[in-house]
Design a protein around this ligand. Sequence first.
Ligand SMILES: NC(=O)c1ccc[n+]([C@@H]2O[C@H](COP(=O)([O-])OP(=O)(O)OC[C@H]3O[C@@H](n4cnc5c(N)ncnc54)[C@H](O)[C@@H]3O)[C@@H](O)[C@H]2O)c1
Length: 301
Amino acid sequence: MIVAETKDKETEMRLKDKVAIITGAGTGIGEATAHKFAREGARVVLAGLPSDPVKDVAEAIVANGGEAEAYLGDLAEESAARECVEAAVRRFGRIDVLVNNAGIFIANAETDAYRVEDFERTVRNNIRTAFLMTKFALPHLQKTRGNILFTGSEAGINGSAGFTPYGASKGFLHAFAKGVAMEQAKYGVRANCVCPGPIDTAWTRGPGGPLSLEVQKMIDGMVPLGRRGSPEEIANVFAFLASDEASYVTGALLLADGGVTPAKGSPGEMVPDTLREIPKGVLPLRHSHEGLRGKHVHLAK
Ligand SMILES: NC(=O)c1ccc[n+]([C@@H]2O[C@H](COP(=O)([O-])OP(=O)(O)OC[C@H]3O[C@@H](n4cnc5c(N)ncnc54)[C@H](O)[C@@H]3O)[C@@H](O)[C@H]2O)c1
């Protein structure tokens, strides 16, 4: 007997009815994650700085038939992080997933020339945001047996010359994610960390960023797959980890880096041009390269 696989579209949605907070959701990887989660059936709360195009992303999701709420505020402020969590609960009644994705990469200087103010900005926006959001969301995630995702980085595993505090801030998140996973398992809460390699956002492409145009040209050659990843390729990994399909995954550091973390030399230079194209994807992204807009980037002379 042949049994037809007749799943309707709704049952295929991996995040149906889940409520997710995504931080840094106005641009780059966060924008892609917002669209991806909405397509998978999640109701989303999109958080970002007041200058980020978060409302625009929320409106695009609503126009596509999804449910989205924008929250504007500096999540490194205790009151804003608390308010963001409260706004999610007020609007949707629950929280199932927290994606700690907000972050900055705003300086390029060797450690002795790295400005203390840039170190402090890095700690504030990369670490403090994730700690505060996790702290305030946990009581709600314990009620739903939800899960937390972090955006780590290959730089958090190997360190990163020229921006050592940035790499170290990601190393903090890796250890924090694992600690939270161990601690919260008894409540049914999972925590995992995705570690992207170079992703095609304002951070790795275009003028005005922390990497010189010369270094930007070298990136693809360093990656075994011969190219940057797209924001959507990271969003796809988040969607799996946030879903019940990943119910046995916790405390994981998952590399989504084109192979760059274990690579040595320039293996990407051997990749033929035909394989270097970044997948077009399906998400309607409009702000992939706007994450540094309005942010001061310091480059040591
Ligand atoms: N692009 C890459 O190559 C790459 C590689 C590894 C990891 N990552 C990580 O991915 C995440 C997203 O980076 P992206 O490349 O999409 O850059 P992006 O600049 O487009 O996105 C980061 C977003 O976070 C927001 N944000 C920063 N501080 C905030 C705060 N205090 N409150 C609220 N929002 C805040 C920013 O305004 C921005 O919109 C970051 O955590 C980054 O460390 C990026």
